[in-house]
Design a protein around this ligand. Structure first.
Ligand code: 13P
Length: 286
């Protein structure tokens, strides 16, 4: 199944695919082990920084091999590509999906670059995600901060503007900003599901993604999926778990063989992915 078929099946059957960030072999193993154990399709995504740590072509080659060896559908996604060139590099390196994030650009400039990305991507059978309202925060531990310091409801997505953007660019997926934030905060995050419903009605034939999948109230995530979210991005919960577990192992161990030291951190990160797969409803959907 290609990326469009995997997401279409999720949309029809009312579940979402987890889009899990990876920048190293340890996190890749955590995600793919969880996908295999729970027989779930997954997106593996990497920002420019994360992808370039391994190398875009190297990452694409690894994913090709994992797909063959593990027998689970895996979509490789460039997360928050900030320029035409970074999307082009990912497309030419063998990614299945690119997220062009022009949300910090003026609307018309975002629209024009996204249109060019779509043109190139579709020639290669690659899906494109677009974003117009900058989703604040960063994939980090913000637990000493109040999410309200980042939230500005006046910046939530306007469904009519989303419609204009989707119609003019032809993007396959739209990233909605409805209360979601990147990062883990002192308080649980809440979504404005009414706006999400209006976005769904305005663009009924476009996949919807939910960024900032860490720390959102679980029931609201389920409601968002019922409303039509088919892709939920998760990074911070995995990063925090990986780092804290590894730090503990390093503090308690005098071993110097990293493949032994990383075992617990991989397993702990895998548990985070497994919980999200259950929450998103994609278990046993291979
Ligand atoms: P979190 O870091 O909040 O999980 O969000 C990840 C994300 O949206 C990546 O695009």
């Amino acid at each position: 199944m290609n990326a469009r078929e995997i997401l279409s099946k999720a949309f029809k059957e009312h579940y979402a695919i987890g889009a899990f960030n990876a920048c190293n072999i340890e996190t890749l193993k955590a995600i793919i082990n969880a996908a295999k154990k729970f027989q779930s399709p997954v997106l593996i995504e990497a920002s420019d920084g994360e992808a370039n740590y391994i190398g875009k072509k190297e990452l694409a080659a690894l994913i090709r091999i994992y797909r063959q060896e593990y027998g689970v559908p895996i979509i490789l996604n460039l997360d928050h590509g900030v320029s035409f060139d970074s999307c082009k590099e990912a497309i030419e390196s063998g990614f299945d999906y690119v997220h062009f994030d022009g949300s910090k650009l003026p609307f018309d400039e975002n629209l024009s670059i996204a249109t060019e990305v779509v043109k190139l991507a579709h020639q290669h059978n690659v899906l494109v995600e677009g974003e117009i309202d900058h989703i604040e925060g960063s994939s980090a531990d913000h637990t000493k901060e109040d999410p309200k310091s980042y939230q500005d409801a006046s910046h939530y997505t306007d469904p009519e503007q989303a419609k204009e953007f989707v119609e003019k660019t032809g993007v396959d997926t739209f990233a909605s900003f409805v209360g979601n934030l990147h990062g883990l905060y002192a308080e649980e995050l809440h979504l404005n599901l009414d706006i999400l419903k209006k976005i769904r009605q305005a663009i009924p034939n476009t996949f919807l993604s939910l960024h900032g999948g860490s720390g959102i109230n679980d029931d609201e995530v389920k409601e968002a999926i019922k409303t039509g979210i088919t892709k939920v991005n998760v990074n911070s919960e995995m990063r925090v778990t990986f780092k804290n577990t590894l730090q503990k192992t390093l503090n308690e161990n005098s071993d110097v063989a990293f493949y032994k030291l990383s075992k617990e951190a991989i397993e702990a990160t895998q548990s985070v992915v497994e919980k999200k797969i259950e929450l998103f409803g994609s278990r046993n959907k291979v």
